[in-house]
Design a binder for this molecule. Structure first.
Ligand code: NCD
Length: 309
């Protein structure tokens, strides 16, 4: 279905393709490590294959989980984890880097501050490119692990989700909103006016038949949803820091707020800054650390499908 294809945007997926990846993730989860039934098991599915992680922006979870996913499947990983230690610091452009690195490996995961960088890289690469985040653009593998988390909660077919925080610059919510429009989810966009979901994305979603409600206040929607998806205000994307200061700290999830909807599932792509009170981490509702773990089986699924022989 996907062998040797690039993964750039969730807009490129059909629902069947996403379901295929999520099903594969479920099959591979026993090799994902952690505690429980998968602990210690290893697969040789990707033996002899090399993943290049090219990360030109900070990352903890995405880079490490790509690396762990590859290693748990018997593959190997080479890394550029900061622009300062690569030839980018000498002025090499991304096109030249991609032309060379794609000859060193079988697949590339690329994170870059410029929107569109992965799409551009794909046209110069001789191996599949996985977009691991391109500026404020897209982050498709994050969406896949978000969907996997939602699926594990049995909510994928009856989802009412509030996407909260920085909907303007947040690539995770851009990717997620497109994918959710394939599942008939009811979408609640909650942000300060200055960080609304971009108009063109809303137009695309409406064209796809999505049911969208917008608000600036979590309290207005909390009783109507079964998932709260929090995001960090993306400070590094603001052209003007005084604008960031005006919206920093707008939302804060507290234990009292969650009691207004006892069963609500709380997700966050992480890192979280101050948008969730520390006590909420202890509540049954909090799923973000499990969600981060699912990055491993889901990225195993993506790598194995793209590299299928
Ligand atoms: C996100 C990202 O990089 O877009 N992090 C991640 O990959 N889990 C979210 C963020 O940085 O706020």
């Amino acid at each position: 279905m996907f062998t040797r294809r690039h993964i750039i945007s969730t807009r490129d997926f059909t629902r069947e393709e996403i379901d295929h990846i999520l099903n594969r993730a479920e099959e591979l989860e026993i090799y994902a490590g952690g505690v429980g039934k998968g602990a210690g098991r290893k697969s040789d599915l990707l033996e002899g294959k090399i993943l290049a992680n090219l990360f030109y922006e900070p990352s903890t979870r995405t880079r490490l989980s790509f690396e762990v996913a590859m290693k748990r499947l018997g593959g190997e990983v080479i890394n550029v984890s900061s622009p300062e230690t690569s030839s980018a610091a000498k002025g090499e452009n991304l096109v030249d880097t991609i032309k060379v690195v794609s000859k060193y490996c079988d697949i590339i995961a690329l994170r870059h501050p410029k929107e569109g960088a992965s799409r551009m890289a794909a046209s110069f690469s001789s191996v599949p490119i996985i977009n691991a985040g391109d500026g404020a653009g897209q982050h498709p593998t994050q969406t896949l692990l978000d969907l996997y988390t939602i699926k594990k909660e049995n909510l994928l077919d009856k989802l009412k989700i509030a996407l909260i925080g920085d909907l303007k610059y947040g690539r995770t919510v851009h990717s997620l909103a497109y994918a959710l429009s394939l599942y008939g989810a009811k979408l609640f966009f909650v942000s300060p006016e200055a960080l609304n979901m971009p108009e063109e994305i809303k137009m695309d979603l409406k064209e796809a038949g999505a049911d969208i409600f917008e608000s600036t206040d979590i309290k207005e929607v909390i009783k109507d949803v079964n998932v709260l998806y929090l995001t960090r205000i993306q400070r590094e994307r603001f052209p003007d820091q005084t604008e960031y200061n005006k919206v920093a700290g707008t939302y804060r999830i507290t234990t009292e707020l969650i009691r207004e909807n006892e069963g609500v599932v709380i997700m966050h792509p992480l890192p979280k800054i101050d948008e969730i009170d520390a006590e909420v981490d202890q509540m049954e509702n909090a799923r973000y650390f499990t969600q981060a773990f699912y990055g491993i089986p889901v990225r195993m699924a993506v790598l194995s499908i793209l590299l299928e022989r």
